[in-house]
Design a protein around this ligand. Structure first.
Ligand code: NAD
Length: 420
């Protein structure tokens, strides 16, 4: 995909425009609207890290708490070379809407560090993770703000962060972060939760649209946590045939289908899906335009734009990535009859199981995987139908439907607290 010279749309401007559009449709009180356009608070941090070669490298990071009217804020931490404060602001806003659309009692936040984790050793990543918590820890905590994994951050990184925070407090506080390994208070079912939630949405979409996805095809851009499990569960739960997948190095396409286990084995061995035997190469741009039933953007934001939207042939788009579609592209796809399950609904399975993890940590009582999946299914199904129904009622697209459900809930909390 990404031509590095191409200017990517500013994600925070997109998030604000989406809110503005929803506010106009729902006739939101102007003061509440203006209040919800901005993050409540931001911390920018500078992190010195002693690298393996003896030099000290300076990293920059952020933690942004967007809105906590409905409860403590929640949101992942990303390690990415192209991280920007506006990306983190947008993602923090989307977390606010995501928790609200799922009706879980949390607000939205996001964190990020500008770094290239692929070029760092485990020891350097551990030092960077701990340095981040030493700075940002003052605004974290079970009652304040609870981070989680996101792009290029892992359960191991969550464990280091939890340990650093617990050392600062003088006691264990497992619930200060989610997405932890099971041995340290992680939840069953967190690993595949994001993709699982998206697949449950696709299942409900086929029901309301009166179509059958069994035997349909899917293409997945991004082959990390979200993308790989979308491949696995799309097949297992819906009978979808995955014909194309891609990662940052490129993509592969085989109209006869790609075997999940074999692609995973190849990626583990070589570090990429590229070069998978029997498949044709496909670029990260081309993968979006394949003639498939379901397109799953599961990489980065700003991938589907006014430029490529007219060429997208998928009937359904399940947005596991955050912010993959620009507002201009949204309008084109909606007009062309493409059914989009918008990001902050489609990928909300992750934060929902993270919330379950917080609950389990608070009670020190752990659920089995079946209970986690059953509760996730119920939450996703209810949220999907509230969005679908709202969109139908207002005769708008699903993204605006999701905004109206979410913003109404946050606005009500803001009003009841007497903030505006
Ligand atoms: P990850 O770090 O596990 O994987 C990211 C994947 O994207 C990797 O396969 C990487 O190779 C690929 N990628 C990176 N740059 C790319 C590029 N330029 N073109 C194509 N592929 C590229 O991350 P993840 O957790 O799977 O997150 C993926 C997306 O899903 C992100 O937008 C993230 O915000 C969103 N998301 C993830 C979760 C979660 O629980 N993991 C929850 C909600 C949303």
């Amino acid at each position: 995909m990404s031509d590095p010279k191409q200017v990517r749309p500013n994600p925070f401007e997109i998030a604000q425009r989406q809110l503005d559009d929803a506010a106009a449709i729902m006739k939101l009180d102007p003061a509440i609207h203006e209040f919800l356009r901005w993050p409540l608070r931001e911390l920018h941090v500078t992190l010195p890290v002693k690298m393996d070669d003896g030099t000290t490298k300076i990293f920059h990071g952020f933690r942004i708490q967007y809105n906590d009217a409905r409860g403590p804020t929640k949101g992942g931490i990303r390690f990415h070379i192209a991280e920007t404060v506006d990306t983190v602001r947008a993602l923090a806003a989307w977390m606010t809407w995501k928790c609200a659309v799922m009706d879980i009692p949390l607000g939205g936040a996001k964190g990020g560090i500008i770094c290239n984790p692929k070029a760092m050793s485990p020891a350097e990543l551990e030092k960077l993770s701990r340095a981040y918590i030493r700075q940002v820890g003052r605004m974290l905590g079970l009652e304040k703000d609870v981070p989680a994994p996101d792009v290029y951050t892992t359960p191991q990184i969550m464990a280091w962060m939890m340990d650093e925070y617990s050392m600062m407090q003088g006691y264990n506080e497992f619930g200060m972060i989610t997405g932890k390994p099971l041995a340290l208070g992680g939840s069953q079912g967190r690993g595949d939760a994001t993709a699982r939630g998206g697949v449950y949405c696709l299942r409900e979409a086929q029901n309301v649209l009166g179509i059958n996805l069994k035997g349909g095809t899917q293409a997945i851009q991004g082959y990390g946590n979200a993308g790989t499990y979308a491949h696995k569960l799309g097949g297992e739960i819906l009978g979808l045939k995955t014909v194309a997948v891609s990662d940052s190095k490129g993509g592969i396409y085989n109209p006869d289908g790609l075997d999940y286990e074999k692609v995973m084995e190849h990626k583990k061995k070589t570090g990429s899906v590229v070069g998978f035997p029997g498949a044709k190469p496909v670029s990260n741009k081309e993968i979006l335009e394949l003639d498939v039933t379901v397109l799953v953007p599961a990489a980065l934001d700003g991938e589907i734009t006014a430029e490529n939207a007219p060429r997208i042939k998928a009937k359904l788009i399940a947005e596991l990535a955050n912010g993959p579609t620009t507002p201009e592209a949204d309008a084109i796809l909606h007009k062309n009859g493409c059914y989009i399950i918008p990001d902050f609904l489609c990928n909300a399975g992750g934060v929902t199981v993270s919330y379950f993890e917080m609950v389990q940590n608070a009670y020190d009582y752990y659920w089995d995987e079946e209970r986690v999946q059953r509760r996730l299914d119920k939450k996703m199904t209810i949220a999907f139908h509230s969005v679908h129904e709202t969109a139908r009622q207002y005769k708008i697209n699903n993204r605006m439907g999701a905004y109206i459900v979410a913003v109404s809930r946050v606005a009500e909390a803001v009003r009841l607290r007497g903030w505006a």
